[in-house]
Design a protein around this ligand. Structure first.
Ligand SMILES: [Zn+2]
Ligand SMILES: [Zn+2]
Length: 348
């Protein structure tokens, strides 16, 4: 099959022929219909050593963990549970299928979990991908392929918003208007926040935020974020989401928060970071860290998409075939006009 193959940090992905995936007894093979590029893929492809706590990606790896597709092959045990031709998406990991985390939709906590698209198991930047039967969810006909590939990033945002214990009428500040921040903004709007204010350094991204439920945007290059937030909402934010994840962003969230404020750290900082705890202590802040999502987050995102209750299409800024994919992947590192870019294997 064709796939976009990682070579080395700083080198373009190569479109090459790799071995077709074979299903294990409980697995399914999907024909990939759409697969989004995640910021973590861009990051993984730049890692040269282990100082950030992340292993460099091996040459030959196929990334991609935000995908959906059609079932084309079934493992022996999956027959009767799934059928050829079904439209599905899947959690991007394969667990043992028998332990408590696997059985409760938390397979990423399974002791023998294998992540898709992280180096060891081929991901969705390919014509076909192997997924676990227990990690798979059906996509109703009301969910397009583009929307189906958005379920994973929507689940990331949903899980972060769940951690915020949002109350109706809360004023929310989302720091960072990348896909995670925009997904967080969508869910905050859905769950009844009065103000969903997004700050970013790129005005192009703020324009996208307006299409994702943001009630206002703050250009953090030119405006004092706290002062502007207070002018817009009357007070400091009840909840601050750090959707940036770079050194300094957690401290910034603490500085923005009011006494008794809540902070959710959704950005994944891979470097050592300094915070001044006394700020968080004197304000008695509640800081929550979140990681990934569970199966129930996928299920709710799918249902809300199917009912037309949530619409993430404003986030999707480009779709390309294999030929343009390596260039689109690299362009995403710097082009702030782009947000979510998808591989569509059926495009030329
Ligand atoms: Zn992702
Ligand atoms: Zn397990």
């Amino acid at each position: 099959m064709r796939a976009a193959v990682f070579q080395a940090p700083g080198e373009k992905l190569a479109i090459a022929t790799v071995a077709d995936p074979k299903p294990g007894p409980d697995d399914l093979i999907l024909q990939v219909k759409a697969c989004g590029i995640c910021g973590s893929d861009l990051h993984m492809s730049e890692v040269c050593d282990t100082t950030g706590g992340m292993k460099p990606l091996p040459a030959g790896a196929v990334m991609g963990h935000e995908f959906c597709g059609e079932i084309v092959e079934l493992g022996a045990n999956a027959k009767g549970k799934w059928r050829i031709g079904q439209r599905v998406t899947a959690l991007p990991f394969i667990g043992c299928g028998a332990c408590a985390p696997c059985l409760t939709g938390q397979g990423h906590r399974c002791g023998s979990v294998q992540y898709l698209g992280m180096g060891s198991v081929t991901g969705g930047y390919a014509e076909y991908v192997r997924v676990g039967g227990i990690e798979t969810l059906a996509l109703p006909d009301g969910v397009s392929w583009e929307a189906g590939a958005m379920v994973e990033p929507l689940a990331v945002g949903l899980h972060a918003v769940e951690a915020a214990r949002l109350r109706p009428g809360d004023a929310v500040l989302v720091v960072g208007a990348g896909p995670v921040g925009l997904s967080v903004a969508l869910w905050c709007r859905q769950f009844g926040a009065r103000h969903v204010i997004v700050s970013d350094l790129a005005p192009e991204r703020l324009a996208l935020a307006a299409g994702c439920g943001a009630t206002d945007g703050i250009d953090a290059r030119t405006e004092n974020v706290v002062e502007r937030f207070k002018r817009l909402s009357g007070a400091r934010p009840d909840v601050v989401f750090d959707c940036v994840g770079v050194p300094g962003s957690q401290q910034m969230a603490m500085d923005y928060a009011p006494t008794n404020g809540r902070i959710v750290v959704a950005g994944v900082c891979m470097q050592p970071d300094r915070i001044v705890p006394v700020k968080a202590i004197t304000k008695e802040l509640t800081v929550s860290y979140v990681y990934m999502y569970g199966r129930k987050d996928f299920a709710l995102a799918i249902e809300m998409l199917d009912r037309g209750r949530i619409d993430a299409s404003a986030m999707l800024t480009d779709q390309v075939g294999f030929a343009q994919f390596p260039a689109a992947f690299d362009a995403l590192r710097g082009d702030k006009r782009q947000c979510k870019v998808m591989l569509r294997p059926a495009l030329p």
